[in-house]
Ligand binder design. Structure first.
Ligand SMILES: Nc1ncnc2c1ncn2[C@@H]1O[C@H](COP(=O)(O)OP(=O)(O)OP(=O)(O)O)[C@@H](O)[C@H]1O
Length: 321
């Protein structure tokens, strides 16, 4: 970080939080994409924005990243307002955008070097740094490969390696594993855990509840530009759901009409077009009660509550709708 020269003298600041947002709002004409959200992120935390497409997650990330000016509210990154101290704020950040924007004309290692030069980093720093990052991204043997020969997971890891070229204190990851297969996702999660262990603050958006549960110490559930809930994954599940859920499939017509016959079983019932969900702390007992009433679902499953259930409870909609 010390390699990057700040273009403007930033004020000395002290804050317990690396990011603070107060009533942060972004409007596009008469449409408000982010509607007065407030949150604080302490150093080293892995903080998530979970919500469906169009919730305002990327817009929030762009304001944090200093590439989109807020309409109103306050935002502080490392004690600095990104509207006033854009370059200084960006020097603290690594940014992994939703779409990989690697230079396909350059080889893998050269992508890192070119990005570092863009930051004004000297060759003596960049050469060993590029090798260190290739090793971190498990791409050492691909150093001379063309970018277009890489798999989706490798490209993602290279984009993350590139974002780390300036040793950022905060890494912004917009939908880091969208489009990756399960194995590639797990490799990537492992790399992100390592960054977290090294003390990097991770800010990530996702619409995958398992990703949020795996990676986030704390998260905000966002829908239509507002915060619906905030907390650790476990606390959110405790607060907004039961311990277990029984998933029943009765067939498309029956799923939406069987509700009355299930009344009184468990604590809450959700009927969706493709399934019926019974929220109960003891799922097996609830399932026994279903069969005890002579009801015969085509499939049944008892599982633990997830953030998906929290989202459904808070919005009445499924995250993957
Ligand atoms: N430049 C823009 N002009 C007008 N509307 C925009 C612009 N950028 C985003 N929006 C709108 O703002 C809303 C929030 O978009 P945003 O990209 O932040 O959502 P998101 O939660 O990140 O979802 P996704 O995962 O699909 O990117 C959407 O309705 C989107 O169409």
């Amino acid at each position: 970080m010390s390699q990057i020269t700040a273009s403007k003298k930033a004020p000395e600041t002290r804050s317990d939080y690396v990011i603070s947002a107060r009533d942060l709002t972004k409007s596009y004409g008469s449409f408000t994409a982010v509607n007065g959200i407030s949150f604080d992120v302490p150093p080293g935390e892995s903080f998530g924005l979970l919500g469906p497409n169009g919730a305002g997650k990327s817009t929030t990330m762009k304001m944090i990243g200093g590439v989109s000016q807020r309409t109103s509210g306050e935002l502080s990154i490392m004690g600095l307002d990104p509207n006033t101290y854009g370059p200084e704020v960006r020097a603290h950040l690594g940014v992994v955008p939703q779409q990989d924007n690697l230079d396909e004309d350059l080889r893998v290692r050269d992508n890192l070097l070119a990005y570092g030069r863009y930051f004004g980093l000297p060759k003596s720093y960049l050469q060993p740094k590029a090798d260190e990052l290739l090793e971190f991204a498990q791409l050492t043997d691909k150093a001379k490969a063309r970018v277009d020969s890489l798999s989706g997971g490798m490209k993602r890891r290279l984009t993350i390696a590139r974002s780390l070229i300036n040793d950022p204190k905060i890494l912004l990851l917009d939908e880091p594993t969208t489009g990756l297969d399960p194995q590639a996702r797990h490799i990537l999660w492992d790399r992100l855990f390592r960054l977290k262990e090294a003390g990097v603050t991770l800010i990530l958006t996702t619409h995958y509840m398992d990703e949020a549960e795996q990676l986030c110490d704390r998260l905000i559930v966002v829908d239509k530009g507002t915060i619906m809930a905030e907390g650790s994954p476990a606390a959110l599940i405790r607060e907004h759901s039961t311990r277990e859920v029984v998933e029943l499939r009765f067939g498309s017509e029956r799923n939406t009409t069987v509700g009355a016959e299930l009344e009184g079983i468990g604590e809450r019932l959700e009927t969706l077009p493709d399934r019926v969900l019974i929220y109960a702390n003891d799922g097996e007992a609830a399932l026994e009660a279903v069969t005890g009433r002579g009801l015969r679902p085509i499939t049944s499953l008892v599982r633990r509550s997830s953030l998906e259930d929290v989202f459904l409870r808070l919005t009445g909609r499924s995250l993957v709708d």
